[in-house]
Design a protein around this ligand. Structure first.
Ligand code: FES
Length: 104
């Protein structure tokens, strides 16, 4: 199964994933340029991604912790999610997303 990822330089990548993978781990291991400073504890917002509109409804809803942390993300919008809070499954094959802006 594959993710379609646009990185910070606007380059497109296809990245393989397996059932039950955590999106942040897949992006980090593929060197897609996310920091994920807290290691997935939902306390840093440096794993921020923008999920293409057509795929948003296929993800589980945003939890309270993620919602609070997204307020701290750099340039969040209605497509923002924290990739450490997303568990992937077969229904996400082909999902399109863009890596969030870097923190300076
Ligand atoms: S890795 Fe820190 S909030 Fe996701």
């Amino acid at each position: 199964m594959k993710l379609i990822v646009t990185d910070i330089d606007k380059t497109l990548h296809e990245v393989d994933f397996k059932e039950d993978d955590i999106l942040m781990h897949v992006l980090r291991d593929a060197n897609m340029g996310i920091l994920a400073e807290c290691g997935g504890s939902c306390v840093c917002a440096t794993c921020h991604v923008y999920v293409d509109q057509e795929w948003l409804s296929k993800l589980d809803g945003i939890g309270d912790d993620e919602e609070d942390m997204l307020d701290e993300a750099y340039e969040p919008n209605g497509n923002s999610r924290l990739s450490c809070q997303i568990q992937l499954s077969e229904s996400h094959d082909g999902i399109k997303l863009t890596i969030g802006p870097k923190w300076d």
